[in-house]
Ligand binder design. Structure first.
Ligand SMILES: [Zn+2]
Length: 335
């Protein structure tokens, strides 16, 4: 297993908020919908964050180098350091509590769901089916088996159930759990449904639903803010006017001030994403103006523009004026 801190590119003493920032950045970069996407890396980063953002799992990872028998420390057939030394560590760290906790984590269910940006705006209800389970026939619900190496007998994570003590029971129908994805959820956010996991020996694991928000064709998201590009014809850019702008909650009129330049940012307040936290404020929609130069002009249009051009005075193109000044002074220095 890779070092989880290295995976997220943070120090071992990183704070919760540093972890979150690092995770968001990487999750955004590796999101499978992005040109820079990398599903394998995305999974690694998500798994690393899942462990390090959970105080209990992080403490266990710092101590044992693994957080969860399901997550690759042991794996099927593999030897898990936590199991090998389980007996010793249990004595040091408060008895059976540690292994009970590890067993409970093995009952957790991980689930990934992909939603659209529109669904992230309005929130979504979904139903998740948790398959029924029955006692593992290999370890009889213990989660571990004894393996003999010569004279030495060692405990090993059960390769059949991977330590959970349960296997899928196809004879019984699945349990259905309704999960509410709240408005404003961001890519990579995780919803925990307490008690939504598997049950074994009177313990029930949790259900973790990780939400992936797909890229949108028109809008780029930055937390609660959205950004889009809007082409504006050069006459409207010069004279000013109003245009219809699509937002995720319907069309909005946007005022274009006279003399608007290309790359100007026009802000539509409160037209971004809803806040995830209660009492938070709606994000904004940032419209980046792209002034379009008309193409394939006919003779009459060309004549009009020539007339218009001859009517222009220098100060009406301030950037050009500034540019020519700079060029002049540049050559003067050179001489
Ligand atoms: Zn088993």
């Amino acid at each position: 297993m890779d070092d989880l801190y290295q995976t997220l590119g943070v120090e071992r003493n990183a704070s919760a908020s540093e972890l979150k920032t690092a995770y968001r950045k990487l999750a955004n970069r590796y999101h499978p919908d992005k040109p820079t996407g990398d599903a394998e890396q995305f999974k690694k980063v998500s798994e690393a964050y899942q462990v390090l953002s959970d105080d209990q799992k992080r403490a266990q990872y710092d101590r044992f180098g693994t957080a969860d028998p399901q997550m690759g420390g042991g794996g099927p057939g593999g030897m898990d350091i936590n199991d090998m030394f389980g007996g010793i560590f249990d004595e040091f760290f408060g008895g059976a509590g540690q292994s009970r906790r590890a067993q409970k984590q093995a009952l957790d269910v991980q689930y990934q769901v992909s939603i659209s940006l529109e669904e992230a705006v309005f929130g979504k209800e979904l139903q998740i089916e948790i398959p029924a389970t029955t006692v593992c026939p290999k370890c009889h619900g213990q989660g571990s088996i004894q393996v003999s190496h010569g004279f030495i007998a060692m405990q090993q994570t059960c390769p059949v159930c991977r330590g959970s003590g349960r296997v899928q029971d196809t004879s019984t129908s699945a349990r259905k759990i309704n999960v509410k994805i709240p408005q404003g959820i961001d890519n990579g956010d995780q919803i925990r449904v307490q008690g939504g996991g598997y049950t074994n020996n009177g313990q029930t694991g949790d259900l973790y639903v990780q939400v992936l928000v797909k890229e949108h064709a028109l809008f780029k998201r930055d937390r609660t803010h959205l950004a889009c590009q809007i082409p504006v014809d050069f006459v409207t850019a010069a004279l000013g006017g109003e245009i219809d702008v699509p937002t995720l909650t319907g069309k909005v009129r946007l005022k274009i001030p006279p003399g608007t330049q290309t790359n100007s940012q026009l802000r539509l307040r409160g037209r971004g994403m809803p806040p995830l936290k209660k009492g938070g404020i709606m994000g904004d929609l940032l419209c980046s103006v792209l002034v379009e130069t008309p193409v394939k002009l006919n003779l009459k249009q060309q004549k009009l523009l020539h007339e218009f051009q001859s009517s222009l005075i220098e100060s009406q193109n301030p950037k050009m004026m500034q540019w020519f000044k700079s060029i002049k002074s540049f050559f003067r220095i050179k001489e």
